[in-house]
Design a protein around this ligand. Structure first.
Ligand code: WT7
Length: 633
C-alpha cells in the first residue's frame, strides 16, 4: 500500500458538488473499482455493480474475507509486529496486541465459535464493554462467516432482549463487567435478566474483565478464557461472497421497533477502508484513536474495519473521559502520542465546558488531524476544537454519515478542502449527494431541503433485517431512486453542504440515536399515562436533550413522584443515557387531522419559540393547554 492518496483535487469536488443532475456524474464505478483493489480478494469480482436501487449488488462474484484483510495480509510485512490495538482500561491498566497477537486470538476465538456450533450465516450477539475481546469476537465472526450484531453495552436488559429476539441469536458474547468512573458496571447481570426473555440463546461466552462475583448458568455460560485454552491458533478464513451479510446493526428509526440494518462484505469493507485511509490521511506510523463505543457504527467502521484493514495502530479506552480527572482524554493522547483523534460534538462540547486548563498541562502536540461525527459541529465548538485541541495547526474533518450509509459520505478532505466550521464540506468521490424539495427536485444553493443520495455506493445498507418492506418504505419510497437520509440540509453559494438535523422522528442525543416512538412506548408502560410524545430539544450549547410531553388518564394528576417514575421507566427500558431532561404534563397533545402528533410544535414550545405553522392542527385550544402546563415560554 503506498502513501499516495487516491482522491482528486479540490476543484473537482467543487465542480462535483455543483452538478445539476446525476446524468452528469463522473464515473463512480471506476472509482470504486479502483478502491476495491486496495483489498485482498481470493477471487476477483465479475461485475462492479449489478441490479438497480433499492436492490443492488457490488463486486458480484468476488470472494474475500474481512478478518483476512484486517489481519493476515499484514503478517507478511513488517506490520506483523506492529501494535494493532492499544487498550487502556479505566483503572490505568494497559494491553498492547500486535497484528500477530490479534491473529492468534481471532483464530482461537473463531475455533471457539465453531466448537459451539456457530455456522456461516448464524447471528452472534456481542454485548460488551470497550475491551479487546469485543474486537476479537467481531473479527472471529467474520473469519468463519458468522454475522455479528453488536449491541451497545449501555443498553438495559429489555433493549438487549428486544435485539436478541429480533435476530434470534443462539449465542451471546459478553463480559462479567467493566469499569466506569471507578465503579464496576455489572454487565453479566443485565445479560442474565435479558435472557429470561430470550428463548433462542443456547450459549453465553463471558470474558473476564473485572473479576466480580457473577452467576454462571451451567451448560449455558462459559468463560472466554477457558474456551480459548484448548484452541489451535490457526483457523482457515471462510471465502465469503462479496454480497454475503457481514453484520447487522440495530438502529432506531421513526417507528417503535429498532431496525436491523444489514451490511454486506465486499462493498462495506471497500468503503470503510478507502474512506478511513483518505479522510484521515492515514500514514503507517500513525497512532489513531476513534473515541467511542465499538458498538456504534462509527466503532465498526472507524475503530475496527477501516483502521485494521489499513494496518493502523488503534487506541481503545474502556472508561469515562473524566475519570479520575477531566484530563483523562488528553493524558491518553499524551501517553500514546496519538496523531489522529476522532470524536463527537457532544464530547467536544463537554471538553469545552470543562475548560482549557485540563488540556494546558498535557503535551498533545503529537496530534495532526482531528475528526468529528454524529451531530452538527457548530462553528463555535468547531473553532474551539481547532484552536485548543488542534493548536490551530490540525485540520478538522467534520464527517457526515449514518448507520445506513456504512461509511463517511460527506466530509472535508484534510489539506484539500478549505474548512468552513459548521459545514461538512463536499460529498466524497464516488458519492452523489443532493438536496431536494418535497417533489424530489434539486433545490438551488442556499435553499433548505432533504439530503438524498442519488447513486448507489458500495457500503449502502442492503436491507432491514427480516423486513424488506420497511427498507423500501423508509429509504427508497420517499423519492424515486434516491436514498432518503432523513436529514435536512442546504448547500451554500460555494456548494458546501450544511446539515440542519433530522427531519423525521429520530432524536440524536449525545451521539445516540433514539426513535421518539421507542421513548414513547417506554413511557406508555406506566398505567397512568394515556399518551406521550418525545422530542429532541436543542439545549444552549447546541446539544439535544430528550423532552417528553405526557397526558394522563382521567383521574390521574401530575406530581413529582410520577415524573420520577416515568423518567425511571425510560432508564429501565432503554438505558441511563436516555434519561429525559424534562417531562411535561399536558391535557392534550397537538395533532394533525390525520391524528399524527405534531412534534414540530412541541419542539417550538419546549425551545420557547413562536409556534410555527398551526394550520394543520386539529384543535387549536391545545396550544393554551401546552403553554399553561409549566412549559418554559
Ligand atoms: C445521524 C446518523 C454516522 C455515525 C454516527 C451516527 C447525524 C451524523 C453528522 C455530522 C451533522 C450528523 C445525522 C444522521 N449526523 N454525522 N457530521 N453533522 N449531523 O450514526 O446513529 O446512524 O446517526 O447522525 O442526523 O442522520 P447514526
Amino acid at each position: 500500500m503506498s502513501d499516495k492518496k487516491t482522491f482528486p483535487p479540490i476543484e473537482e469536488f467543487v465542480q462535483r458538488a455543483n452538478y445539476k443532475s446525476s446524468t452528469e456524474n463522473p464515473d463512480h464505478l471506476s472509482f470504486w473499482e479502483k478502491e476495491a483493489q486496495r483489498l485482498h480478494w481470493f477471487k476477483k469480482w465479475d461485475k462492479v455493480l449489478d441490479g438497480k436501487v433499492p436492490f443492488v449488488r457490488w463486486f458480484t462474484g468476488g470472494k474475500l474475507n474481512v478478518s483476512y484483510n484486517c489481519i493476515d495480509r499484514h503478517l507478511v510485512s513488517w506490520k506483523k509486529n506492529k501494535a494493532a490495538l492499544i487498550f487502556e482500561g479505566e483503572p490505568g491498566d494497559e494491553r498492547v496486541m500486535t497484528y500477530q497477537d490479534l491473529y492468534r486470538e481471532v483464530c482461537k476465538f473463531a475455533n471457539v465459535l465453531k466448537d459451539l456450533n456457530v455456522k456461516k450465516g448464524d447471528i452472534v450477539t456481542i454485548y460488551m464493554p470497550v475491551i479487546p475481546e469485543a474486537i476479537v469476537a467481531m473479527l472471529a465472526c467474520t473469519r468463519i462467516g458468522a454475522v455479528h450484531s453488536v449491541v451497545f453495552g449501555g443498553f438495559a436488559p429489555h433493549a438487549l432482549a428486544e435485539r436478541v429476539n429480533d435476530s434470534k441469536s443462539k449465542i451471546l458474547v459478553t463480559a462479567d463487567g467493566y469499569w466506569r468512573r471507578g465503579q464496576v458496571i455489572r454487565t453479566k447481570d443485565n445479560v442474565d435478566k435479558a435472557l429470561e426473555d430470550c428463548p433462542t440463546v443456547e450459549n453465553v461466552i463471558v470474558a473476564k474483565r473485572v473479576s466480580n462475583q457473577i452467576k454462571m448458568t451451567r451448560g449455558r455460560d462459559h468463560w472466554y478464557s477457558e474456551l480459548m485454552d484448548f484452541q489451535m491458533g490457526d483457523c482457515e478464513p471462510e471465502q465469503m461472497d462479496s454480497e454475503d451479510t457481514l453484520f447487522i446493526k440495530y438502529t432506531s428509526g421513526a417507528t417503535g421497533k429498532p431496525k436491523g440494518i444489514v451490511h454486506t462484505t465486499g462493498g462495506y469493507l471497500t468503503c470503510a477502508s478507502s474512506t478511513h485511509y483518505n479522510v484521515f490521511d492515514i500514514k503507517d506510523e500513525d497512532v489513531y484513536w476513534c473515541a467511542g463505543d465499538i458498538e456504534w457504527i462509527t466503532g465498526h467502521s472507524y475503530t475496527v474495519y477501516g483502521p485494521l484493514s489499513n494496518g493502523s495502530t488503534v487506541v481503545i479506552y474502556e472508561g469515562a473521559p473524566d475519570f479520575p480527572e477531566k484530563d483523562r482524554v488528553w493524558s491518553i493522547i499524551e501517553k500514546y502520542r496519538v496523531n489522529i483523534f476522532y470524536t463527537s460534538p457532544t464530547a467536544i462540547r463537554m471538553f469545552m465546558k470543562w475548560g482549557d486548563r485540563w488540556i494546558a498541562n498535557k503535551d498533545i502536540n503529537s496530534l495532526r488531524l482531528l475528526g468529528s461525527v454524529g451531530e452538527t459541529l457548530n462553528p463555535e465548538v468547531g473553532e474551539w476544537y481547532y484552536k485548543n485541541v488542534g493548536k490551530s495547526r490540525c485540520p478538522v474533518v467534520d464527517t457526515w454519515w449514518q448507520t445506513e450509509t456504512g461509511c463517511i459520505m460527506i466530509s472535508p478532505l484534510p489539506g484539500t478542502t478549505p474548512v468552513k466550521f459548521g459545514s461538512v464540506g463536499f460529498p466524497l468521490p464516488g458519492i452523489e449527494a443532493d438536496i431536494v424539495d418535497d417533489e424530489g427536485n434539486s433545490v438551488p444553493n442556499g435553499r433548505n431541503g432533504y439530503l438524498v443520495i442519488n447513486d448507489p455506493w458500495p457500503a449502502m445498507a442492503r436491507n432491514v433485517y427480516k423486513d424488506t418492506q420497511k427498507y423500501i418504505d423508509t429509504y427508497w419510497s420517499v423519492f424515486e431512486n434516491k436514498f432518503y437520509t432523513g436529514d435536512g440540509a442546504f448547500k451554500d453559494e460555494d456548494g458546501y453542504f450544511w446539515i440542519s438535523g433530522r427531519v423525521d422522528d429520530v432524536i440524536n442525543v449525545g451521539g445516540y440515536r433514539l426513535g421518539s416512538a421507542e421513548l414513547e412506548s417506554a413511557v406508555l408502560t406506566h398505567p397512568s399515562v394515556a399518551e406521550a410524545a418525545a422530542i429532541g430539544m436543542n439545549d444552549d450549547v447546541g446539544g439535544s436533550a430528550i423532552c417528553i410531553f405526557v397526558t394522563l388518564i382521567e383521574g390521574s394528576n401530575p406530581h413529582e413522584d410520577l415524573e420520577k417514575r416515568i423518567s425511571d421507566l425510560v432508564v429501565d427500558e432503554i438505558g441511563k443515557f436516555a434519561r429525559p431532561e424534562r417531562i411535561y404534563f399536558t391535557k392534550n397533545l397537538p395533532k394533525t387531522r390525520g391524528g399524527k402528533i405534531m412534534r414540530r410544535l412541541l419542539r417550538d414550545v419546549a425551545e420557547g419559540r413562536e409556534l410555527g405553522d398551526t394550520t394543520t392542527l386539529l384543535d387549536v385550544t391545545v396550544i393554551d393547554d401546552l403553554t399553561s402546563s409549566g412549559v418554559r415560554m
